[in-house]
Ligand binder design. Structure first.
Ligand SMILES: N[C@@H](CCC(=O)N[C@@H](CS)C(=O)NCC(=O)O)C(=O)O
Length: 206
């Protein structure tokens, strides 16, 4: 499988962390892709022009990280990272959605910050920052339910939350999301040590 990839993308990271947890990382060939570069050919693979995009055996291209995660989770025989049914499934999907919401709002803020100063909207930035703040406050309340970060209880929900917090450290370190959220900070400190997270620490594409 080939994965359209950037080491800076938190959505890509989510897929790779899941691949590591599932024992599939060795089957994924990463294809460094600069989304803004038309020569990358990305639009041919994903008309939405986004990474991650996963090119599978029969040539089909899967995109949007939730779809890719679902596909990868179907390929292995370890305990599933997306529970098949029951409360565990809905809790996992809700956590995934909450963490992706943090990412979506943070990416909007990141893109806004890269626009020329006279085209930026502080109102827009405040709105997105508010989204992130509210979601983090919910996580601080719910983090006790995540349990100890270990291979046994890891789900896509945990992975997505870990990647979202890692992205805040990567791009918004000065805002220090840990302030007032000691329980979430402690959980993340332990979770970030998982080999799957340590192997995928974000960095700028060179
Ligand atoms: N919902 C998508 C979001 C993917 C996304 O926004 N990726 C960013 C990189 S972190 C991207 O490709 N941005 C390029 C663009 O929006 O033009 C997913 O979960 O895969």
């Amino acid at each position: 499988m080939k994965l359209r990839y950037s080491p800076a993308s938190p959505y890509v990271r989510k897929c790779l962390v899941l691949a590591h947890e599932a024992g599939l990382a060795g089957r994924i060939e990463t294809v460094p892709t600069v989304t803004a570069d038309p020569a990358s050919g990305l639009a041919k693979d994903n008309p939405l022009g986004k990474i991650p995009a996963l090119i599978v055996k029969d040539g089909q291209v899967l995109f949007d990280s939730p779809v890719i995660c679902e596909y990868l989770d179907s390929l292995h025989r370890r305990p599933k990272l997306i529970p098949a049914r029951g409360k565990a499934r809905w809790t996992t999907l809700r956590r995934h959605a909450l963490a992706d919401g943090i990412l979506d709002a943070s990416l909007l803020r990141r893109y806004e910050s890269l626009r020329p100063a006279n085209e930026r909207s502080p109102t827009w930035d405040d709105k997105q920052r508010g989204v992130v703040t509210r979601a983090l406050d919910v996580l601080e309340k719910e983090v006790k339910d995540l349990g100890k970060p270990n291979a046994k209880n890891t789900t896509l929900g945990h992975i997505a939350i870990g990647c979202a917090l890692g992205y805040l450290d990567f791009r918004f370190a000065a805002e220090n999301w840990r302030n007032g959220r000691p329980k979430l900070a402690a959980w993340y400190e332990a979770y970030a040590k998982r080999p799957s997270m340590a192997a995928t620490v974000p960095k700028d594409q060179t």
